[in-house]
Design a protein around this ligand. Structure first.
Ligand code: GDP
Ligand code: FE
Ligand code: FE
Length: 197
């Protein structure tokens, strides 16, 4: 198994404890994806002068709440003061935004930059910090990803992080429109900022 170690976990938990909890909360394929995102985030951090260890941790935990049951999500949205409009969406949107609640609760990570990057990792946003961009892009181009355009996405993102964000949002919008999926307003707002030439 890939050895992961985070010098600073931003939590009272050790890096081994975080890895154990993460593994227990998802299937093997998702866990491998999270390792891929962690390594890719580390690489993007190095290229963009950001704290590599912090980026690697944020990437590792980004999908922690992907398998939380729908009913539990609905309950948390209602009880924890999340935007009630979230009830009109689904786990694809919830696992980042509402996933931050489970990360705070279970992994005891409270660092606002890390939580915000997880919050924004699916939809992106009009405003993005370097860490937000790193996690968003790493999720898309990690080595396990295989879809038409992924090589181009990697090339673009390693060359320029902002261009990587723009490429990814255009690709996601195309995919969502093609499938006649509802577009989350923040995804659209992000597209208008990062993808439009
Ligand atoms: P994953 O968790 O590693 O699979 O990747 P993401 O968190 O980036 O995406 C999860 C899912 O959310 C993908 O299937 C995306 O296509 C979908 N998604 C992203 N933005 C939107 C949106 O605006 N609307 C809808 N309906 N789905 C979206
Ligand atoms: Fe995700
Ligand atoms: Fe992911």
């Amino acid at each position: 198994m890939t050895k992961l170690f985070f010098k600073e976990t931003y939590s009272p938990l050790t890096s081994d404890e975080i890895i154990t909890k993460e593994k227990a909360n998802m299937d093997k394929k998702r866990f491998e994806h999270c390792i891929g995102v962690s390594k890719t985030a580390r690489k993007l951090a190095k290229l963009n002068g950001y704290d590599e260890d912090k980026a690697a941790l944020a990437g590792f935990i980004h999908d922690y709440a992907k398998r939380v049951p729908v009913e539990e999500y609905r309950k948390v949205i209602k009880e924890q003061d999340f935007d009630p409009d979230l009830l009109n969406w689904n786990r694809a949107i919830w696992h980042g935004i509402v996933g931050t609640y489970f990360i705070k609760r279970d992994l005891e990570i409270t660092d606002p930059e890390i939580l915000q990057a997880v919050w924004r990792h699916t939809t992106a946003d009009a405003e993005m910090t370097t860490l937000d961009k790193i996690v968003f892009v790493a999720d898309f181009i990690e080595p396990g990803r295989d879809f038409p355009g992924v090589d181009e996405a990697r090339k673009v993102a390693y060359n320029n992080l902002d261009d990587g964000v723009g490429y990814e949002l255009a690709h996601t919008l195309e995919f969502l429109v093609k499938n006649r999926n509802k577009i989350y307003p923040r995804t659209l707002a992000a597209y208008n900022v990062w993808s439009v030439k």
